[in-house]
Design a protein around this ligand. Structure first.
Ligand code: C5P
Length: 218
């Protein structure tokens, strides 16, 4: 139980995924992209025609899922669904299924299983509050809504996906409101988290800050 964990929580498109990958790579640690678990659960539920508002039915589906995580790719029933998972529509499904306490319970142990030597960087909404409450370093990453919408816009355009910046911003604000407002593990900073607003930072600057905090704490 002495496997180190760094948690990185925060709102949609705050740059958690990129920061998590950078920190993990620098330290040689594994990554838990917990959002991918909620996304793949939402995707599987919709494929199986399970009502996303029925928490018990979605939770019952979780143990039956054939999931594999291979270096950033997610396989569902041996099919690579990584691209489907990144769709905005799948993000909304994730936030819908993530609102149910039954679903969060069903995914709890799965997330703990990612903790392996030499260490883990866990990215999500409740990594520091609910899943790894004893983690020695918890980061709560934020950025302004305008910055987040702009980054998401550039990301999509660079992949050749057309996007509208105003509707992206409206979508991410709606998702934030749902994540913060739900009663089951709402998005909030852990009491002992360090808040980092990266609106004006490069990814390298944020990474080096987190690594320096880790030096002090581990
Ligand atoms: O981080 P990502 O955008 O992939 O997460 C998609 C959605 O999944 C979030 O908006 C949130 O509703 C849900 N989620 C969650 N708890 C987590 C990770 C994601 O509820 N730990």
């Amino acid at each position: 139980e002495d496997i180190p964990v760094i948690t990185i929580d925060g709102p949609t498109a705050s740059g958690k995924g990129t920061l998590t990958d950078e920190v993990a790579q620098a330290l040689g640690y594994d990554v838990l992209d917990s959002g991918a678990l909620y996304r793949v659960t939402g995707l599987a539920a919709s494929r199986h025609h399970v009502d996303l508002d029925d928490g018990e039915a979605v939770a019952a589906l979780v143990p039956t899922l054939d999931l594999k995580f291979e270096s950033g790719r997610v396989l569902l029933d041996e099919e690579d669904v990584s691209a489907d998972l990144r769709q905005e529509a799948t993000g909304l499904m994730a936030s819908q299924v993530g609102a149910h306490p039954e679903v969060r319970r069903a995914l709890h142990q799965l997330q703990l299983n990612f903790r392996r030597l030499p260490g883990l960087v866990a990215d999500g909404r409740d990594m520091g509050t609910a899943i790894f409450p004893a983690a020695p370093l918890k980061v709560f990453l934020t950025a302004s809504a305008a910055t987040r919408a702009e980054r998401r816009y550039k990301q999509l355009i660079s992949k050749g996906i057309s996007a509208n910046i105003d509707s992206l911003r409206a979508d991410l604000e709606a998702r934030d409101a749902r994540d913060k407002g739900r009663s089951a593990s709402p998005l909030q900073a852990a009491a002992d988290a360090i808040e980092l607003d990266n609106s004006q930072q490069t990814i390298g600057e944020s990474r080096d800050l987190v690594l320096s905090w880790w030096q002090e704490r581990r």
